[in-house]
Design a protein around this ligand. Structure first.
Ligand SMILES: C[S@@+](CC[C@H](N)C(=O)[O-])C[C@H]1O[C@@H](n2cnc3c(N)ncnc32)[C@H](O)[C@@H]1O
Length: 383
């Protein structure tokens, strides 16, 4: 039977980086999702049962799109086992698919997430064994089907991951540079900046080019999932290949190939510039983004107006002497104050001490998590 496509609507949860939940909710609503509710690290919403095809293809800031299967109270291991076993798993995917269960638990009687994942896995394989006499294998590294379990104050939610590998892996960045941003976070920064594609965009420490490539994908109306070849939903029973092919075809037709403004990246490292150029070619946006080698001390973005985005080294993930970091930020401050009048700048800072060297007062601060690093996206108006 598989997944029930006749349902009036399905309940979803899309995950994202902390700080981007509002942006993601806006994306989901624009795509047709309803009743969005923001939670830490994600957005729950309702949509039609086939919505995950469009969601996985089009959402720029989502890391995963989870489809809710069941909710129940699980104060004991037995209740957890029975609740998970009540889901008709053999209807949802073939027994030959390899599975992985991920669990997150908080403020609950069951306090060990590994134990919870193990118990849920037992319930799933037992349900298969009872029906078919055989069970699916577990593969924690490259599973075909990922199952998510969340237990919050003893309330358990069981979901199927329709994305598979995290959606930030768009497929254009074969060789991510040191300290590269997640593609989903980069897209979120572009969207937070409010860049509308009408004014030039620049990044003076572009690294692998992620911010500008994501901006070019937005400006050309390119669905971010178009380069990916594999998604979790392809392993589900009843996968609607025709509908998926049609969704992809429509997205290909929607790509705009003209009318894109100047998008320019630079970096002190010539190797980073070559990598960014390769990535832009792979992403299909090399006609719209140019990259060059240039030190921040020589950087000038050109005539205003425009938006400058930058994810400078923090001195946390990249090795660098303290003085070098301070000198970079001083150089950035000079470039902003002296050579970027009439521009707006958005700097993602994970190092408040270093940020002080910019010597300007931010007009807005958006809290954002960059992996484990607590960051602020700082907005500067350069009059
Ligand atoms: C955190 S990385 C940027 C990563 C980029 N946002 C991405 O997602 O790929 C910081 C970049 O600053 C560059 N950088 C360091 N010192 C610089 C300088 N003095 N002038 C220009 N770029 C510099 C590094 O080469 C590195 O690529």
């Amino acid at each position: 039977m598989g997944y029930d496509w006749r349902m009036a609507r399905s309940a979803y949860f899309a995950t994202t980086s902390k700080g981007l939940e509002g942006v993601l909710a806006g994306e989901i609503e624009a795509l047709g999702g309803r009743d969005t509710a923001v939670a830490a690290g994600g957005v729950s919403f309702l949509a039609d049962p086939a919505f995950f095809y469009r969601a996985n293809l089009w959402l720029r800031t989502a890391n995963r799109v989870l489809l809710r299967l069941s909710e129940f109270v699980a104060p004991t291991p037995e209740a957890l086992y029975e609740g998970v076993k009540a889901v008709p798993w053999p209807d949802l995917f073939d027994v030959r698919k390899k599975i992985a269960v991920e669990a997150a638990v908080r403020d609950s009687s069951i306090s060990n997430s590994r134990f919870a994942a193990q118990k849920a896995k037992d319930a799933i394989v037992d349900r298969f064994r009872d029906k078919l006499g055989v069970r699916p294998d577990v593969d924690l590294v490259a599973p075909d089907v990922r199952i998510h379990l969340r237990i919050l104050r003893d309330a358990c939610t069981v979901s199927l991951d329709t994305s598979g590998e995290s959606l930030n892996r768009r497929g254009y960045r074969a060789d991510p540079g040191e300290a590269s941003l997640r593609e989903t976070l980069a897209a979120g920064i572009v969207l937070l900046s409010g860049w509308d594609g009408r004014v030039p965009l620049a990044d003076p420490a572009c690294g692998a080019g992620t911010l500008l490539i994501e901006a070019a994908l937005i400006a050309t109306n390119t669905a971010p999932g178009l380069l990916r070849t594999s998604f979790g939903f392809q392993n589900l029973a009843g996968h609607r290949q025709k509908l998926w092919a049609q969704t992809v075809e429509e997205a290909r037709d929607a790509v705009r190939k003209s009318g894109v403004v100047r998008i320019e990246g630079s970096d002190a490292s010539a190797e980073a510039v070559r990598g960014a150029q390769r990535n832009a070619r792979k992403a299909g946006v090399s006609d719209f983004v140019s990259f060059r080698a240039c030190d921040i001390r020589d950087f000038s973005p050109g005539p205003p107006p425009g938006i400058l985005l930058c994810n400078p080294p923090y001195g946390v993930r990249m090795t660098g002497e303290r003085e070098e970091i301070a000198s970079f930020y001083t150089g950035l401050g000079e470039a902003l104050k002296k050579r970027s009048r009439g521009w707006s700048a958005y700097i993602l800072s994970g190092n408040p001490d270093a940020t002080r060297h910019i010597g300007l007062k931010a007009s807005r601060r958006f809290p954002l998590m960059n992996g484990p690093i607590d960051c602020r996206l700082l907005r500067y108006e350069l009059y």
